[in-house]
Write a protein that binds this ligand. Structure first.
Ligand code: FAD
Length: 403
């Protein structure tokens, strides 16, 4: 059978390897990932892992999975270049691997804005297990954690650090939290909740520099001159896709490795999935989703194409979750496409917000309402779009409508 080489060994890569075998692929599968050890899931790193600290529970597949399925895992190995003419990849240990199909599942890395003092070892980031272990060790003796960036990861960490007993201040440069991904009503709800839980949050706060004394970080200074004391600074200001390998091989990279509706790059022998991939979205756009759902659905779709040669277009309802203290936020659909939002349920710890585009259901954001979230995914997956009238006639009963 065909030789399949997968670059990266994260969520997308592991799902692809598993799905290839499930679909009946019999040829060799090789995963090459630059992190050490068994592949693991990232979401718990900013949630339960900080409390439990048990790396075993993060593992995506045990060693026996690789043996049983004859999947070769090269860990702690970096792919340095692709030779498209020869159909080989070269790794940093001097080896080359030949492929018939190459899949780039290289993920993303954190963006560290150039803040003065930002390279101090008391300034940390969170993407990998190695990062999480550093933070966990540090958290035990942290009195005041400063989080730069009020996105999902920054807020999840803040909620956890607060529960662990630290003082926490979140600094967000925009005028609301999670502005890229949620509606203003969700931003407000989450802001009020975290403030009530004792987390200090400053909006419109631009960090000018990190201050240190006697080799320890003692706080940060904002652009307006305000000083904030703190002994650990987490920078969580977003990610950039790992597209350099693809770009060096002459593939198109524009906020991610650009693929067509079958998830192939301009080279039919090379595909891309997960956080690194820019896939066709609604209305002729391209978009890059940073989510477990996208990584897994794209992997399953690609496995079918590689094994059965089907050229069906990739399509899946996007969904996402974020656990922040007592709040379980879930998003179905794309809020970025919505032109109007409507709150259909609001209680102390619960809310449901519908987003419309051109009078049709585009997104449903829920907090602590998993039933509505599941119903929303069903409704958004329907062939025929759900109109505002249908929703209103049902009394906005998403669960009844989805039955
Ligand atoms: P990754 O998991 O990043 O894997 C890519 C791998 O490829 C990495 O190990 C990378 O080092 C490696 N690599 C890159 N270049 C090379 C190379 N040249 N050679 C070899 N290896 C290479 N998503 C959700 O849906 N819900 C959540 O609650 C959630 N929480 C998260 C919390 C944290 C702290 C983080 C960091 C992410 C979270 N995510 C969450 C996002 C989710 O984890 C990602 O969308 C998902 O991991 C993407 O999978 P991937 O396989 O595309 O990339």
């Amino acid at each position: 059978g065909e030789r399949i080489v997968i670059v990266g060994s994260g969520q997308a890569a592991i799902q692809l390897a598993a799905s290839l075998r499930q679909e009946g692929h019999e040829g060799p599968i090789t995963l090459i990932g630059d992190e050490p050890g068994l592949p693991y899931q990232r979401p718990p790193l900013s949630k339960g892992y900080m409390k439990e600290g048990d790396p075993e529970r993060l593992v995506l597949k045990p060693q026996s999975f690789f043996e049983r399925n004859a999947i070769t895992l090269c860990d702690a190995t970096r792919v340095a270049s692709i030779d498209r003419a020869a159909r080989t990849v070269a790794t940093d240990d001097g080896a080359t691997h030949g492929y018939d199909q190459l899949v780039l599942a290289t993920g993303a890395r954190n963006v560290r804005p150039p803040i003065a003092g930002g390279t101090h070892s008391d300034v940390v980031e969170l993407r990998t297990l190695a990062h999480a272990e550093t933070i966990r060790r540090r958290l035990a003796d942290t009195r005041h954690a400063i989080v730069v960036g009020g996105g999902f990861i920054g807020l999840e960490f803040a909620a956890m650090a607060r529960l662990a007993g630290a003082r926490v201040t979140v600094l967000e440069s925009a005028d609301r939290l999670m502005a890229r991904a949620v509606s203003p009503a969700i931003s407000d709800f989450v802001l009020a909740h975290h403030r009530a839980a004792g987390i200090a949050i400053r909006l419109g706060a631009k960090v000018a520099r990190i201050d240190d004394e006697a080799e320890r970080v003692v706080g940060v200074t904002l652009a307006d001159g305000t000083g904030i004391e703190g002994d650990l600074v987490l920078v969580a200001t977003g990610v950039a896709p790992n597209g350099e390998l693809a770009a060096a091989a002459g593939l198109v990279v524009a906020n991610g490795i650009v693929v067509d509706e079958t998830l192939a790059t301009g080279d039919p022998a090379i595909s891309a999935i997960g956080d690194c991939a820019s896939v066709p979205g609604p209305l002729g756009t391209h978009l890059r989703l940073e989510s477990v759902q996208a990584a897994m659905d794209q992997a399953r779709h690609l496995a079918k194409r590689i094994v059965h040669g089907t050229a069906a277009a990739y399509h899946a309802v996007p969904w996402f979750w974020s656990d922040q203290g007592a709040l379980k936020l879930q998003i179905a659909g794309l809020t970025s496409g919505a032109d109007r939002f409507e709150t259909i349920r609001q209680e102390e710890l619960v809310t449901v917000i519908i987003g419309y585009r051109d009078g049709q259901l585009a997104s449903v954001e829920t907090i602590n309402a998993p039933g509505e979230h599941m119903a929303a995914r069903k409704l958004l997956g329907r062939e025929a779009p759900v109109g505002v009238d249908e929703l209103r006639d049902s009394g906005f009963d998403l669960r009844a409508l989805a039955k």
